[in-house]
Design a protein around this ligand. Structure first.
Ligand SMILES: C[S@@+](CC[C@H](N)C(=O)[O-])C[C@H]1O[C@@H](n2cnc3c(N)ncnc32)[C@H](O)[C@@H]1O
Length: 249
């Protein structure tokens, strides 16, 4: 079954008890967000990673890459279920040229940040959003290296974290999740599942199930639910994803 098909099914048919949602709406906070300078940093230790992704987005049509979704409905649904208010801050790390930003603008979200190691996908998004592009903050940086100055209510990542092969990078990533979220904030991280592909964009990845994801969490981050979903690629092949909803205490 494709992700798009599966997300249209009631939550009661998904992997876990929908009643769990009642207790994972994130805590409210008045923490103020300071808007980030949208300049693209010139110093990147992971040059290979950047070159790979610049090339991907310059040479392939973004709607034809395997991870493309015409509708990022599950992400929007999980953001909804976190009780996200329009003035709460959301960051999408490893955003690529995903249509999630379009859906969040449409939803009325006013504080949106996109982060990607490559400039090319950010340019694609800016061109696509036209006038709305100015309302979004853009950060071109490696998520394992960047110092994020803002505090976010929602951290979203679909298909970035699974590229981090070295434990030290995964630890740095989780420290950034923790330091970037407001207390009670939610991280939604989508990765390939243990029965999914072993590579993505010709790069090795790490597959995740609940146990593996829990083993990556640092103190103060708690896995509160997860969803296994099938993504139907633009080439009509299936890829098993596992989405994790993590709360900062
Ligand atoms: C498979 S694509 C997924 C894009 C998007 N999230 C989506 O669902 O369509 C992975 C994205 O993560 C970005 N990326 C990979 N490693 C990164 C890193 N360490 N820091 C920031 N972005 C990264 C890539 O440039 C690419 O845009």
């Amino acid at each position: 079954m494709s992700m798009d098909e599966q997300i249209s099914t009631p939550y009661s048919e998904l992997a876990e008890d929908p009643m769990q949602d009642l207790d994972w709406e994130k805590g409210r906070t008045n923490t103020e967000t300071h808007h980030h300078n949208s300049e693209c940093s010139e110093q990147r230790p992971e040059q290979h990673r950047k070159l790979h992704w610049e090339s991907v987005f310059k040479t392939k049509e973004y709607k034809k890459v395997l991870w493309h979704q015409d509708s990022p409905a599950l992400s929007v649904e999980l953001i909804d279920r976190a009780g996200t208010l329009p003035d709460e801050a959301i960051i999408d790390v490893g955003c690529g040229a995903s249509l999630l930003i379009d859906a969040l603008i449409e939803r009325g979200q006013q504080r949106l940040t996109l982060l990607d190691v490559a400039e090319a996908p950010l340019q694609i998004v800016k061109a696509r959003l036209e006038a709305s592009a100015e309302s979004v903050e853009y950060i071109c940086a490696d998520v394992t290296q960047v110092e994020l100055k803002d505090a976010y209510d929602i951290w979203h990542d679909r298909a970035l974290f699974h590229f981090l092969l070295r434990p030290i990078e995964r630890e740095r990533y989780m420290k950034r999740v923790y330091s970037s979220l407001v207390p009670g904030g939610i991280a939604i991280i989508g990765t390939f599942a243990v029965d999914g592909p072993t590579t993505c964009s010709d790069l090795d990845i790490v597959q995740y199930d609940r146990e593996k994801m829990e083993s990556e969490l640092i103190h103060g981050l708690e896995l509160i639910r997860s969803h296994e979903v099938m993504h139907l690629t633009p080439q009509k092949t299936e890829q098993a994803y596992h989405y994790f909803v993590i709360r900062k205490s």
